[in-house]
Design a protein around this ligand. Structure first.
Ligand code: CAA
Length: 391
């Protein structure tokens, strides 16, 4: 029998990169009208990792404040979701486990299904907590979105990590049953093992995403979910922020409702604030949306929030969450703003250099230039091993 005890997100913390590239600099290079970026896709800038940053350093930076606040005693599982994995065998979560000094009596695993992985991790974590409510699960969603230079996807790049502590009687958001689910075998976005940058069929990807919105909602309704008008806001996966607007319009149309612009703005506007300046963070994206919503909106207590997680390929899930009384006392709004505002602005040439850089594959000792001022860094690749440091 499923437990009716509230389970969900007890704490949430985000991290992003050392650098940022404004879309104005990209437009200056490729001659695109800036309106296409600022209005057409709804992006102002993208986070760019330093040479000594990756999904592990971002994931550890996001999780460290959670460990500092709650300790490690109840954490027995770490689930690391990513689609920009650094190793085919070893979980990125094991490096984070070590950097954060988590107890050895912990299970650690990495999950992948494109941008949906963060939601899979959250749902699996909830299952573990329902089985034993004394335990907490650390979920980390961390990704670097990278497309080929001068390709259409380049303007939607970004990077960030969100760490969430999943627990019984959560302090932030109760996650509800049921979920609406949808899987379809579609080649809209993928990254073969031999490539650093993703491949994408842009038009197909948008169509596939909208089909997933429709189908997850249909299944959610069939499973006995809440009616649409109960929701106060919607956190969509945001490959670029305009997609949240497209998705919500599609949902309203699917439900035969009025697609008034002000109504759509009210439903998704707050959720786009961080994604707009960070860019696509794949698995973390919908939860950056949640962070932006909770950090900015007026009191959301007991007001249902819809979540739509889409992972190309494709798997999607719609579910509801509700902000719990007192949640505002547990937010990390100032730290989130600091993580975004502290980034150093790159010029186009330096961005291009960072984009093109890659480690030699000869097994030699290759130290990285010390660029990040964050708490963790990738110091070197030595004998094919990644060497991390805590600063
Ligand atoms: N002023 C205002 N708007 C302008 C403009 C201007 N000067 N010039 C163009 N626009 C508008 C266009 O009208 C268009 O708006 P609509 O979508 O509302 O029609 C918008 O800007 C984008 O223009 P294009 O479609 O011509 O842009 P593009 O060919 O460069 O492709 C893209 C856009 C498909 C999103 C491309 O950036 C891409 O391939 N991105 C990566 C794939 C992606 O993000 N897919 C999303 C769904 S898949 C997913 O969600 C998983 C994931 O994370 C990848």
């Amino acid at each position: 029998m499923p437990s009716d005890r509230a389970t969900g997100i007890h704490d949430l913390s985000l991290a992003t990169t050392e650098f940022v590239l404004p879309h104005a600099a990209l437009a200056g290079h490729n001659g695109t009208e800036i309106g296409k970026y600022h209005v057409g896709i709804g992006q102002r800038s993208m986070s760019v990792p330093a040479a000594d940053e990756d999904i592990v350093t971002m994931g550890a930076a996001a999780a460290a404040p959670i460990i500092a606040r709650h300790g490690t005693d109840r954490i027995r599982t770490v689930v690391f979701a990513t689609e920009s994995s650094i190793d085919q065998a070893k979980s990125a979560g094991v490096y984070v486990h070590s950097l954060l000094g988590l107890p050895s009596a912990t299970r650690v695993v990495e999950l992948k299904q494109a941008c949906y992985g963060g939601t899979a991790a959250l749902q699996f974590a909830i299952g573990l907590v329902l089985r034993d409510p004394r335990q907490q699960v650390l979920v980390i969603a961390s990704d670097i979105s990278k497309y080929d230079l001068d390709s259409p996807g380049e303007s939607t790049q970004g990077a960030a990590a969100v760490a969430m502590l999943v627990a019984a009687d959560p302090a932030l958001v109760r996650v509800e049953e049921p979920s609406g689910l949808f899987t379809a075998d579609v080649m809209d976005f993928w990254r073969p093992n031999y490539r650093d940058a993703a491949l994408v069929d842009g038009e197909e990807s948008i169509t596939a995403y909208l089909q997933a919105v429709e189908n997850t909602w249909t299944d959610y309704a069939k499973q006995g979910g809440r009616p649409l008008d109960e929701f106060a806001a919607f956190c969509y996966h945001q490959p670029f922020t305009k997609m949240a607007y497209k998705a919500h319009r599609h949902l309203l149309n699917t439900c035969g409702q009025d697609t008034d612009g002000a109504r759509i703005q009210q439903a998704v506007g707050h959720t786009t604030a961080y994604n707009k300046v960070i860019g696509n963070s794949y698995t973390a994206s919908a939860y950056l949306g949640l962070a932006a919503l909770l950090d900015q909106a007026d009191d959301m207590t007991d007001r249902p929030i819809g979540f739509l997680s889409y992972g190309s390929g494709s798997v999607a899930e719609f579910f509801a969450g509700t902000a719990v009384p007192g949640y505002r006392e547990h937010l990390r709004t100032a730290a989130h703003h600091e993580a975004i505002d502290r980034r150093g602005t790159l010029d186009y040439a330096t961005y291009r250099e960072l984009h093109e850089a890659s480690f030699p594959t000869d097994g030699g000792h290759h130290p990285t230039p010390p660029q990040t001022t964050g708490p963790f860094r990738l110091a070197a690749l030595r004998s094919h091993k990644r060497i991390y440091e805590r600063r």
